[in-house]
Design a protein around this ligand. Structure first.
Ligand code: GCU
Length: 338
């Protein structure tokens, strides 16, 4: 992967240096580069392909959208940095990674923030919840333009089935590079090992990790189910992925172009979200029947109880999040458990 990311970065640099904007001689279209960490069959990629087709069709004389999957341009953190400086134009990043660029994103990384999938979707579709956060990274050069479903995150392990929080004691669990996630593992008694997504497979294989936590697609798309045989539905987080844009790029678009891009952002979101449920069902089926992963359904209450202090500590450190948190509780009350 390191080799690939070096190759990706080298290709990116040379194509930018050689051509400035267009792809070849006489082509002065601007290349719009989007980086993400997933495979080419993942819903995020399908959404971005639909976006690329739409923009290339509507504005193909001025722009050419190129989608770079599989961490070709670097890890998620590196790609957010590239987007920040404008070396690339968009990245798909988890809210977990975004919290290191703007603390307000921490709210979406709170365990058991949403009471149901319906509450999650409705809250994420409520601009009163998202605008104060999505727009706050403009000063850092970033703006979030759409949220994408990334399902529910659960623990999975190589050989220790997780039935209750105490089963995590002493286990080395990979988490995303986010202080909230590290604190989450501390509260559970496990040992958090933060690392980039692309390094997890090798670390599991080498026995550096005892397990990780993610949605079901990590088992199949990323092969983690080849190594981890226990997937435990503790349902600790619904952490969305975000399509994040370079702020200057967005603001340099003409009003007409901006309207087309905005429609494009809705296309990414719709395509991705429409594909999500089937992708999870397919992954679960493959994990169960081909990789022989055991799915476990523990009582989630003890997990929720152990992680509850995180809500108070994040709100105490970021009082400006309180009104947003309260709004989310209203969505929760309207849609209690599934
Ligand atoms: C999910 C999520 C990614 C994230 C990854 C991870 O796949 O969609 O955005 O990078 O988890 O755990 O790192």
């Amino acid at each position: 992967r390191t080799f690939l990311s070096l190759m990706g970065a080298a290709a990116l640099t040379s194509s930018m240096m050689l051509t400035g904007c267009g792809a070849g001689s006489g082509d002065d279209r601007k290349i719009v580069r989007i980086g993400h960490v997933q495979s080419q069959t993942h819903p995020d990629h399908l959404g971005l392909e639909a976006f690329a087709n739409y923009i290339n069709e509507k504005l193909g004389d001025k722009y050419r959208v190129e989608v770079y999957p599989s961490e070709l341009l670097g890890s998620q953190t590196e790609m957010v940095q590239l987007t920040q400086t404008g070396a690339i134009d968009f990245v798909v990043a988890s809210t977990a990674i975004m919290e290191t660029f703007s603390a307000k994103y921490q709210i979406f990384n709170l365990p058991y923030l949403f009471s149901s999938v319906e509450a999650y979707h409705e809250a994420m579709d409520d601009p009163e919840v998202t605008d104060p956060i999505f727009k706050t990274t403009s000063k850092a050069g970033l703006e979030t333009v759409a949220w994408l479903d990334a399902g529910t995150r659960n623990f999975y392990t190589i050989k220790t089935p997780i039935n209750q929080p105490s089963d995590l004691k002493g286990l080395k669990i990979r988490v995303q590079q986010s202080p909230t996630n590290v604190e989450m593992m501390r509260l559970l008694g496990g040992t958090a090992t933060p690392m980039g997504f692309g390094d997890v497979y090798t670390a599991l294989q080498a026995g550096i990790l005892d397990g990780a936590e993610n949605n079901e697609l990590a088992l199949t798309d990323n092969g983690h189910g080849d190594i981890c045989k226990y997937y435990s539905y503790d349902m600790h987080q619904m952490v969305p992925d975000l399509l994040v844009a370079n702020y200057a790029f967005l603001n340099e678009l003409s009003d007409e172009e901006r309207a087309i891009f905005e429609e494009g952002f809705q296309i990414v979101k719709r395509t991705e979200q429409d594909a999500w449920e089937d992708a999870v069902a397919e992954a679960k089926d493959k994990a169960e029947n081909e990789q022989h992963v055991n799915f476990i359904y523990p009582d989630t209450a003890p997990f929720q109880e152990a992680m509850a202090p995180l809500h108070d500590s994040v709100l105490a450190a970021n009082p400006e999040l309180q009104p947003i948190y309260d709004l989310i509780q209203q969505h929760n009350a309207a849609h209690t458990a599934d």
